[in-house]
Design a binder for this molecule. Structure first.
Ligand SMILES: Nc1nc2c(c(=O)[nH]1)N[C@H]1C(S)=C(S)[C@@H](COP(=O)(O)O)O[C@H]1N2
Ligand SMILES: [Mo]
Length: 411
């Protein structure tokens, strides 16, 4: 038996015969495609919050030029956010094994000595630090927000948003430098001897490189199959074993679909939502109107089939909502033509989601409702009784529950 070096800074320390440019290149090319899609769907998700409309929608201070691309989020197709955010979360979770395998495959390079041979080498290593650190940070904060939204304070958005830009900048630099060689390696199966990733003193193989790739792919497939059901819905929902709002049975009946925060969690007491106590306060150009639920029910009521799609990736099938059009409520307080933006406030006294701003295009859409009914029955307390907002194609967080006040006017 020979002695093997005991310090990870020595190349002989790393003995897995799996490491080499082919293995690293295949994983790298998968991540090149996957992380690009994650970045784009992430930017889109941020735009969907209408962060440039009001500080209420966005706690990211001084996003400055990073918000350059923001646009008015459309109201159709109604499944738009369901799709983009379903892809973002499902793909992110599916890529975890690939990311970990990729990091494992290049880990010897982390320990290379000397730390920098030249200025160029030093810059490259710093960019790798941003790449690895940024990648781990983005995947960790994303998973934490999906799995543990009750422990994650409102600061998730700025953290994940700034982190995404740092990570993606390092990612682009890395991709520009490495992609051509990775493509060549995968296409032509270059000889691997002499590459710094190849163990100079390999241990006996326990699995082939292809076998190892199948393992990584199998792990990804398993994560995919236990996550995607929360977005697909229907019979697949029960397969979403890993998704906090997926497998759990939300109960039957018309109100039997996923609940994010319950009335009890939001601190909504039955006494404040009863017919006697509750009034909707609508303010606009011509003053303020107070409406009881009975008065609202005498206004023209309309129906819309719309899903709820949460930033956490889960979504519901279309539910059949019935209520008063937001644009009709705008007309009540002096906006007969094109309606303006609206600021929505809930009875809820604490928590980041108790208020939201909606853009004029969302108010104007005839499918946007102050809903009083869902699937033919009054809203349940947990789904926002006596009244909630429902807007097509918007992130769930804009669909404020237990609405108390609507203030129309350009924000
Ligand atoms: N007042 C209030 N409204 C709210 C929330 C909240 O915490 N408080 N959560 C929002 C979020 S993040 C989502 S995804 C939807 C979920 O609606 P549901 O619980 O009826 O499915 O409600 C939104 N409306
Ligand atoms: Mo949400």
């Amino acid at each position: 038996m020979r002695d093997h070096p005991r310090l990870p800074t020595s190349p002989g320390f790393w003995r897995s015969p799996l490491r080499g440019p082919w293995f690293t290149s295949v994983l790298g090319l998968v991540l090149l495609a996957g992380i690009t899609v994650l970045f784009l769907t992430g930017l889109v998700s941020y735009a969907a919050y209408n962060p440039d409309l009001s500080r209420v929608n966005d706690t990211t201070p001084d996003k400055g030029i990073l918000g350059f691309y923001l646009f008015a989020w459309p109201t159709g197709p109604v499944w738009l956010y369901r799709f983009t955010q379903g892809v973002h979360v499902t793909l992110g979770i599916t890529l975890i094994p690939v990311l970990l395998a990729k990091l494992w495959s290049v880990v010897p390079r982390l320990f290379t000595l000397p730390p920098a041979r030249s200025l160029a080498h030093a810059l490259e290593r710093i960019s790798l630090l941003l790449l690895v650190g940024g990648g781990l940070f983005e995947f960790t904060t994303g998973v934490l927000n999906v799995q543990l939204d009750y422990v994650f304070p409102g600061s998730f958005y700025p953290l994940h948003f700034y982190g995404a830009w740092v990570f993606f900048a390092a990612f682009v630099a890395h991709a520009v430098l490495k992609t051509p060689a990775a493509v060549r390696t995968v296409r032509r199966r270059l000889r691997e001897e002499g590459d710094d990733l190849v163990a100079p003193d390999p241990g006996p193989p326990t699995v082939s490189r292809r076998g190892a790739l199948w393992l990584v792919g199998g792990g990804s497939l398993l994560l995919f199959l236990t996550t995607v059901g929360q977005s697909l819905g229907g019979p697949f929902r029960r397969t979403a074993l890993l998704a906090p709002h997926g497998g759990k049975d939300p109960g039957g009946g018309p109100n039997g679909f996923q609940i994010n925060k319950t009335a009890a969690y939001a601190g909504i007491a039955a006494a404040e939502t009863g017919e006697e106590a509750w009034r909707l306060v609508v303010t606009g150009r011509t003053g303020t109107v107070r409406l009881s639920r009975a008065q609202l029910l005498r206004l023209p009521l309309y129906s819309s089939s719309l899903p709820i799609a949460c930033v956490e990736g889960w979504s519901t099938a279309d539910q059949w909502w019935r209520g008063v059009r937001l644009r009709d409520l705008a007309a009540l307080v002096g906006y007969d033509g094109d309606p303006p933006d609206v600021f929505v406030e809930s009875l809820q006294r604490h928590g980041a989601f108790r208020r939201a701003a909606l853009r004029s295009n969302q108010v104007a859409d005839p499918r946007s409702l102050l809903a009083l009914y869902v699937n033919g029955e009054p809203l349940s307390p947990d789904h926002g009784y006596p009244a909630r907002i429902i807007v097509p194609a918007a992130p769930g967080v804009l669909n404020t529950k237990w609405v108390a006040r609507l203030t129309f006017g350009d924000l």
